[in-house]
Ligand binder design. Structure first.
Ligand SMILES: Nc1ncnc2c1ncn2[C@@H]1O[C@H](COP(=O)(O)OP(=O)(O)OP(=O)(O)O)[C@@H](O)[C@H]1O
Ligand SMILES: [Mg+2]
Length: 328
């Protein structure tokens, strides 16, 4: 059996977007009062792979929590294929699957039982649930660990099992909240391969991540969120075109640069901004002839220990929009 046969039914016939958020807010009363979601409007089309990107505390998990009925919004609406998640949570839940940021596997159940019980929870007969669990274990290469418990398997396997469980009841919209955080590069790749295969059959995916390159490569569109708001939302290419910069030059310096050094950097043609970074300074600039030697020369008095250059990235878009590093 191929993964195509395991995937949910195609969503093309559905006219409602897979996800629609309208004036969504979530305020925690505190103290201190926190606007975890401070008014978000978004739509995700059926079949899209959509990324929610933002720094720690931006409101990504809260948004996923509201969409998946775990968190009640303070104001606004969230609809999954036209179903309001607050008014009809049970119906909405049938259409969606979620891998939350924390491992939520049941530790008292084996891998097989985790999948079987999930299907039973959705009202499937015992026989159908058992068959589906077996099928998923095989597809996610976990069959030989069917009788193990979650604390006996690797992080990569646990994450595969969480994805298997999330799609076990054949939802059409899958939320992945930081699915590859803490995974080694090989497990990350393996997970993305599985998700890509599921997508090919029309599964809509909403993903949150800190890994900008991942989002750039995988997502059809991304929304960059900060302080509970969407700053920009578009295809990665369009965002880099509109808000990116040609180049990000990172300099590791021996000493804090004097104001004159900063001024010299800022005076280089094409330089858009000069910011402090860990151990040095970061220059955002348009790519131009001789940019790198000029930057290195201008920073010379502060003692240049190392220099690296990267082209426009979603990370640069974020820095350019907020003046902050994603991982700060
Ligand atoms: N139950 C809660 N009570 C009070 N404040 C909360 C609660 N849950 C989240 N917050 C706050 O809401 C804001 C958004 O948190 P959220 O977890 O959605 O961010 P995030 O973008 O997922 O961050 P991370 O990248 O760290 O996972 C943060 O300031 C957080 O401290
Ligand atoms: Mg989070």
């Amino acid at each position: 059996m191929t993964i195509a046969e395991l995937a949910p039914a195609a969503t093309a016939s559905s006219t409602a977007p897979a996800l629609r958020l309208h004036a969504l807010r979530k305020t925690y009363p505190g103290p201190p009062v926190i606007d975890a979601i401070a008014g978000i409007d978004l739509h995700v089309a059926a079949g899209e792979m959509f990324g929610l990107l933002g720094p720690n505390g931006a409101g990504k998990s809260t948004t996923v929590g509201v969409c998946t009925t775990r968190i009640r919004p303070t104001e606004g609406h969230a609809e999954v294929f036209g179903i309001d998640v607050v008014r009809e949570p049970a119906r909405a839940k049938r259409r969606l699957g979620v891998v939350t940021q924390d491992n939520t596997l049941d530790r008292s159940l084996t891998l097989l039982e985790n999948l079987r019980y999930h299907c039973r929870y959705f009202g499937w007969s015992g026989r159908r649930a058992a068959a589906r669990a077996e099928e998923l274990l095989e597809r996610f290469r976990l069959t030989d660990r069917a009788d193990a418990f979650p604390n006996q398997i690797s992080g990569g396997m646990a994450q595969r099992l969480q994805v298997a469980r999330a799609i076990a009841h054949r939802p059409q919209l899958l939320f992945l909240d930081e699915p590859t955080a803490g995974l080694d590069p090989q497990s990350r790749l393996a997970l993305w391969e599985l998700v890509s295969e599921l997508r090919e059959d029309g599964l809509t995916v909403v993903l949150t991540t800190h890994y900008m390159e991942e989002a750039d490569q995988l997502c059809d569109r991304v929304a960059i969120v900060d302080h509970g708001r969407v700053l920009v939302c578009d295809t990665p290419e369009a965002l880099k075109e509109a808000h990116g910069v040609g180049a990000v030059v990172d300099l590791v310096l021996e000493s804090r640069p004097a104001p004159e050094v900063r001024q010299a950097l800022e005076a280089i043609p094409g330089v858009r901004s000069v910011e402090d970074s860990e151990g040095g300074i970061r220059v955002l600039a348009e790519v131009g002839d001789g940019l790198l030697p000029r930057v290195v020369q201008a920073a010379g008095p502060a003692g240049v220990r190392d220099v690296s250059l990267q082209g426009s990235t979603l990370e640069a878009v974020f820095i350019n929009l907020t003046g902050r590093d994603l991982r700060e």
